[in-house]
Write a protein that binds this ligand. Structure first.
Ligand code: HEM
Length: 131
């Protein structure tokens, strides 16, 4: 995880944030960790799309990425029902925002950004910008 991402988590990379719960259906070996069938596994969403062997420079925002499909909307049986709506909303926001405010930038050092811990959806407590 990048220093900026750790800073956004209040400086503690181990701090629990939004996790997706799953129960293992079979025994699994993930690195040095053995997961037994029936174990509860909490999937930390901060790790999604951040395997550098799959997503080069994963912390860099690059809207021209052509690489493998991301898993931001999940995968499989529980794939996000609202994904089509979310895509329309995000396209509208980013197209309009950048066109209207092309010089928009962060108004505070990235280390000062804080992740909300009281909302299931996560996000930042605030995102001060200037232009
Ligand atoms: C950028 C916006 C969004 C992101 C990143 C997102 C992400 C996700 C992810 C990762 C899951 C899978 C959870 C799991 O595997 O347990 C999910 C499920 C779901 N999402 Fe979204 N979502 C977004 C927007 C929305 C919107 C706008 C709606 C509804 C209008 C919505 C409704 C749902 C529902 C109902 C599920 C549960 C699907 C199921 O369990 O079968 N989401 N979302």
């Amino acid at each position: 995880m990048s220093k900026a991402a750790v800073a956004a988590l209040g400086g503690d990379p181990g701090r629990a944030v939004l996790s997706i719960p799953r129960y293992a259906r079979t025994d699994l070996q993930i690195g040095e960790v053995t997961v037994r069938a029936g174990d509860l596994v909490l999937l930390d969403i901060r790790a999604a799309n951040h395997d550098p062997t799959v997503f080069p420079s994963p912390d860099r925002v690059d809207v021209t990425r052509q690489g493998p499909a991301h898993v931001s909307f999940g995968h499989g049986a529980h794939y996000c029902l609202g994904a089509p709506l979310a895509r329309i909303e995000l396209q509208a926001v980013f197209c309009q925002l950048l066109a209207r405010f092309p010089t928009m930038r962060l108004a505070v050092p990235v280390e000062q950004l804080r992740v909300r811990s009281n909302a299931v959806t996560g996000g930042l407590t605030s995102l001060p910008v200037e232009w």
